[in-house]
Design a protein around this ligand. Structure first.
Ligand SMILES: Cc1ncc(C[n+]2csc(CCOP(=O)(O)OP(=O)(O)O)c2C)c(N)n1
Ligand code: SF4
Ligand SMILES: [Mg+2]
Length: 273
């Protein structure tokens, strides 16, 4: 008998492309479990992704899926949600996809507070193209394009999303897979733009170059460096410096874009009829 997760996979697409120890499958499983637990109708569930190792997840899922172009997943998802607001739309993006080439789409989706659930697979690197640094590669870390260490500061996705107007922001790691699933569920229930940052391991493109070991060792690194929101409240900025704060980070209130769009259509029709 197929498991809960397996029943939503397109197993005819296997073997998948992911390297041994890659965390992408853990994020994919958490998403499927969240969709199951939410009771979403598979025929009304849409998964949109960009391009990257992580974005291949959409192709393995047996929902309505769109594997789009690098950085443009949110633009496609915005169109779908505007045309069919009743659909549950999940958007899968890599850290490069969402915050480099797709950074503009990201801040404007947040500003509009459109009802999409964005999941950012943050492996701190451009995995698919061989390990170039992304806007989420921490300073000092090595990449093919930063062989002596990255001199750029990285974005804090949560702060970026919150500052741009997202109304739900959360973070978990692949070590904390159950938490990740719950946060995706909460994000999907939020009527507005939700961002869930999933810290995940790329042992091949990032871990190897930064001497972090294999996939398992990278998972243990996540365990050792993660602190919950509650724990973080009692810690000083110095103590938090190399820590990853996990859990629900922000909830806000703002009008949702497709609701306002429907209202404006109704108003325009009222005027012309
Ligand atoms: C317009 C465009 N620019 C560049 C690329 C090449 N490209 C493919 S994936 C990728 C980066 C992937 O990194 P990320 O988004 O972090 O995803 P990951 O592979 O790490 O999951 C790039 C630059 C592309 N496919 N299309
Ligand atoms: S290159 Fe990195 S992100 Fe891509 S499949 Fe391999 S381990 Fe995963
Ligand atoms: Mg990446």
């Amino acid at each position: 008998m197929l498991s809960q997760v397996e029943s939503h996979l397109r197993s005819d697409r296997f073997p998948h492309i992911w390297c041994p120890g890659c965390g992408n499958g853990i994020v994919l499983s958490a998403l499927v479990r969240a969709i199951e637990e939410l009771g979403c109708d598979p025929d009304k569930t849409v998964v949109v992704s960009g391009i990257g190792c992580s974005s291949r997840a959409a192709g393995y899922l047996d929902f309505n899926t769109l594997h789009t172009t690098h950085g443009r997943a949110l633009a496609f998802a915005t169109g779908i949600k505007l045309a069919r607001p009743e659909l549950d739309v999940f958007v899968l993006m890599g850290d490069g996809d969402a915050t480099a080439i797709g950074g503009n789409h990201f801040i404007h989706a947040a500003r509009r507070n459109i009802d999409l659930t964005a999941i950012i697979f943050n492996n701190s690197i451009y995995g698919m193209t061989g390990g170039q640094y992304s806007p989420l590669t921490p300073p000092g870390k090595r990449a093919t394009t930063a062989p002596y260490g990255n001199i750029e500061r990285s974005f804090d996705i949560a702060e970026l999303a919150k500052g741009a107007g997202a109304t739900y922001v959360a973070r978990a790691t692949t070590y904390h897979a159950t938490m990740l699933e719950k946060l995706i569920m909460a994000g999907a229930k939020n009527k507005g733009f939700s961002v869930i940052e999933a810290i995940t391991a790329c042992p091949v493109g990032y871990g190897r170059r930064n001497k972090m070991g294999n996939g398992l060792q990278m998972l243990l690194w996540q365990k050792e460096h993660a602190v919950t929101v509650k724990q973080a409240e009692k810690m000083s900025p110095e103590e938090l410096q190399d820590k990853i704060i996990i859990g629900e980070l922000y909830r806000g209130e703002a009008p949702e874009y497709t609701v306002m769009y429907e209202e404006i259509i109704a108003r325009a029709k009222g005027k012309t009829q």
